[in-house]
Design a protein around this ligand. Structure first.
Ligand code: ADP
Ligand code: ZN
Length: 605
């Protein structure tokens, strides 16, 4: 960046947004776009895509058009800009005729710098004619992957964008942004938006502030409660579960335990869904217990945790869902519990689905990948990024496997015993019965089926019940056995099983952690939510209370007033006057003027 434009952009970043420096690729993108260049920007969720077009929009002459597919989000983004003193508005079907007329008048009078529009608006000829009457300085296309016909989020209206640009003036810089980075989508976006000869700015897809943790599922909901209570009490989070009924069950249960928990799924009526979503966005510390119907277009920055009580169906889903945690860059958790039941259930679901063989195979492969990820003893971040083709050379020290290194053991012999027990009992039973046989338990069923007479009866007394369960789980996860969908999830042998039974294929498995009494006791003593330093004090809570009041007065979500990180900095630095307050990240000129005195008063007490 030439130093003049750098200075100008950094000065604006500081004055308007209250941030001292650009992050990662932001500076390069801003420099390129403000001087009239077009580009594609690939950044993960929370990577800071908005500033990539908002800063150039303010530095270029004329109006910037921002095309965004999520009507629900437009309001939030515009509110946030207005709070920072930026002349921004949106134009979509939720506006009344009168409101639309007003926005148009502002644009014509040159009173706006950013105009957010919904893609369907672009199809209206009169609106396009209106745009042609304006000086447009920049076109930004958010969620640019929506132009891809092969993606899940395809929006036909996005195909109009290239034409629109021609109609306006093909020299207007166009910046397209997305968090979907696979090469096929990338190529399609560039072609369809006319960006084939423009640069692509691609960030790492790592989310360094997210701590990945996967534990063995025992009681499920009690583990969840303990996790929230000890790590994230009073903080906002999302809990993903597989079924609608379970969202309600878990939400009720957490509520009974004193948490602010709400269910969300596609079967709830629209009104309930809307109120629950509103509460999640506008109240502090709401836990949303949801199916995957919840999440798209939620860009609440201070979601402190995403918990999975059931295994997601692929690594892609896991990355996308966990990515909703910690958009603000503060420490956040991606926590999951998983067990043998998940493997059996998901394998069975895929096999019994009424879909083609090719689709089943693909689904099983995706499931294998997420199972492998769950069972791995290597750094989770390395494994996750490697799946997306990115190498992460170091140990991250922010995942369970890095923080508490896990061991593997040679489980070949137990694996052979386990598989033999499947074979000898006729490939008709699940783990529970097989373990009874291996342990030599004379249960009613074992006796009834005559399994006491088998050669495998009692050959597994060297391991405990839990350890056998772990062996079976990992065999199922690594596809060393098949789950029979026609027989209540009984285990059957497959080709891979025989490589272990006959060909001496070695099997290495992770050693499941045992909970010691000391650990159990330690867990009962509540620790501070998230590892904040001394800033998580009464003062921080008082600042939060003031923020909530100010937000409610204006009918805004609290994070639009100030981010948590801004309040935390205030609490720890304790500025005593306006000029000290102005140095806190996230306090720009407009917010200083609007809220400065009120926050200083709380800081003084
Ligand atoms: P994305 O759209 O890529 O998911 P956002 O644009 O919403 O990400 O930015 C994520 C968060 O990071 C926001 O809370 C934003 O205020 C913050 N942020 C972005 N860039 C910076 C920066 N340079 N300095 C400090 N905070 C930033
Ligand atoms: Zn790690």
């Amino acid at each position: 960046m030439n130093s003049n434009s750098t200075d100008e952009a950094v000065e604006l970043l500081q004055r308007v947004f209250g941030y001292a420096a650009f992050r990662g690729k932001q500076e390069a993108v801003v420099s390129h776009v403000m001087t009239g260049g077009s580009c594609l920007v690939l950044m993960p969720t929370g990577g800071g895509k908005s500033l990539c077009f908002q800063v150039p929009a303010l530095l270029r002459p004329g109006l910037a058009i921002v095309i965004s597919p999520l009507i629900a989000l437009m309001q939030d983004q515009v509110d946030a800009l207005v709070q920072n003193g930026v002349a921004a508005a949106f134009y979509n079907s939720t506006l009344s005729f009168e409101q639309k007329r007003k926005v148009k008048a502002q644009a014509i009078n040159g009173e706006l710098k950013l105009l957010y529009v919904a893609p369907e608006t672009l199809n209206a000829l009169d609106f396009r004619a209106f745009l042609q009457s304006l000086t447009i300085g920049l076109i930004a296309v958010d969620e640019a992957h929506c132009v891809s016909q092969w993606g899940h989020d395809f929006r036909p209206e996005y195909l109009q964008i290239a034409t629109l640009r021609q109609e306006l003036n093909s020299n207007i810089p166009l910046i397209a942004l997305t968090a979907t980075a696979d090469p096929v989508t990338q190529k399609e976006v560039r072609t369809r938006l006319g960006l084939t000869s423009d640069p692509v700015f691609c960030s790492s897809f790592d989310r360094p502030n997210i701590r990945y943790q996967i534990a063995l599922k025992k009681s499920g909901k009690e583990q969840l409660f303990e996790f929230i209570n000890t790590r994230h009490a009073g903080e906002a989070g999302i809990v993903y579960v597989m079924s609608r009924a379970k969202t309600e069950e878990i939400a009720t249960w957490l509520s009974q335990k004193g948490m602010k928990a709400l269910p969300y799924h596609a079967g709830l009526d629209q009104n309930t869904r809307r109120t629950h979503q509103e509460r999640f966005l506008r109240d502090e510390g709401v836990v949303m217990v949801a199916t995957i119907a919840f999440g798209m277009g939620i860009d609440k920055p201070n979601v402190r945790f995403v918990a999975h009580l059931d295994l997601p169906k692929s690594i892609e889903s896991y990355y996308q869902e966990t990515g909703r945690a910690g958009r603000d860059g503060d420490p956040a958790s991606a926590w999951m519990v998983y067990g043998l039941g998940d493997v059996v259930q998901l394998r069975q679901m895929i096999e019994s689905g009424e879909v083609g063989e090719a689709f089943k195979r693909l689904s099983q492969q995706k499931l294998n990948a997420i199972l492998g990820f769950s069972e791995t003893v290597r750094c989770r971040r390395q494994a996750l990024l490697a799946y997306f083709g990115e190498s992460y050379p170091e140990q991250c020290n922010n995942c369970d496997n890095c923080l508490e290194p896990q061991n593997t053991w040679d489980a070949t012999l137990p694996a052979q015993k386990a598989l033999s027990s499947i074979f000898r009992t006729g490939q008709r039973f699940g783990a529970g019965h097989l373990i009874d046989v291996l342990l030599g338990k004379e249960t009613e069923r074992v006796v009834q089926f005559g399994h006491v007479k088998l050669s495998v009866f009692g050959i597994g007394k060297d391991l405990k019940e839990k350890e056998w369960s772990s062996v079976f789980r990992q065999l199922a996860a690594a596809n060393y056995l098949t789950v029979d969908p026609d027989n209540y999830g009984a285990f059957k042998l497959n080709e891979q099983s025989w490589t272990v039974l006959k060909k001496g294929q070695q099997v290495f498995q992770r050693v499941d952690p045992v909970t010691t009494k000391a650990e159990k006791k330690a867990r009962k003593t509540p620790v501070q939510p998230t590892d904040w330093n001394d800033a998580n004090t009464e003062l921080f809570q008082n600042l939060r209370t003031l923020r909530l009041e100010l937000a409610k007065e204006q009918n805004l979500p609290p994070y639009v007033v100030f981010h948590d990180s801004t309040l935390r900095e205030m609490a720890s630095r304790k500025p005593s006057n306006l000029s000290e307050l102005a140095l806190i990240p996230g306090v720009g000129e407009a917010k200083l003027k609007r809220y400065g005195q009120a926050f200083l008063e709380v800081l003084r007490t």
